[in-house]
Design a protein around this ligand. Sequence first.
Ligand SMILES: [Zn+2]
Length: 373
Amino acid sequence: MTRHSGMQQGSKSGSLLSHFCNTLDCGNIPDMKKRLLGLTIVVLALPLALASAPKPLSVYFIDVEGGQSTLFVSPSGESMLVDTGWPDHNGRDAQRILAAARDAGIHQIDYLVITHYHEDHVGGVPQLATLIPIRNFIDHGQPVETYPRAEALYQAYLRVRGKGNHILAKPGMQIPVRGLDVTVLTAAGDTIGPSAPGGGEPNPYCPKDVQPATDHSENAQSVGVLVSYGKFRMTDLGDLPSWPGEYNLVCPTNRVGHVEVYLTDQHAYAESGAFFLVDALHPIVAVADNGAHKGGAPEAFMAVRMSPGLEGFWDLHYSYSADKKLNAQAPFIANLTDNSDHAYWIKLTAFPNGAFTVTNQRNGESKTYQPRR
Ligand SMILES: [Zn+2]
């Protein structure tokens, strides 16, 4: 590597020098001086090259003990948080989100997407709002579950939402995070009509037998998004169930296309993450957001592990529901036991050419994946 890159460096130095000499007259400069001049040009040009390198998109998969909270920080500095984890626990999940926000150097949440009104997603909103300003609230509209606990959660959310700007999610619309393309794929049981850019091909993995598709829970209302930064694409579909949600999204036409990263739907419960979705998305990496004893089902892990082209499987928690062989390998699991004290996150940085790096905060394990497209 050193020899090869040295040759590259030399040729780069030569081409810069020849460019310089084309502009000025180098004919009277002795060879040694020419070489020194070339080196000087490279050294001077280096900060310029670094300054023009694209900044990465940062994504934090925050451990909220089997709920969801995923923080996207755009190269522009704007941020989008998808869900806020659980309520109570003395603000545990809100504090964990704040820690990720601080690590990213942001001081407000520009867009908060609430996928649906279950307590492991919307529950943390009131506590989070006491720690960091939230500008825009995006949700699917009226809840479909109205039992007392569900109503209390929704009302608590509304009280916070009332202090900011509300955006009703509709499939096909863009969430205007500066520097990113964020497309709403699903919301309130509806699915994007025309395919998202990059989608539109027939899905060969669709099952022949279609299950009667009924789901009256909040899960089926999930706001699902496709986040794109150049060639890098990633889905976050909340707790969308396989029937009818995932099926409608990718069958018979795959309206999403391929992605670099698939965040497991519904914490890798068996009711989500069907093989016809995961295979169609064809991810390079899957990240699971199960808890130690919540989600992480063998069926969903199996769908991920058998996905064609998968190069990496990372997980916020070891799942006691699945066999050790189905779990991610230990270095790629952020939290290995059900002791929740540490709450390590998984962090991803992505570049517009589609390359991305995943890092486990627990052990510093880090892997870079090259663009496929
Ligand atoms: Zn959930």
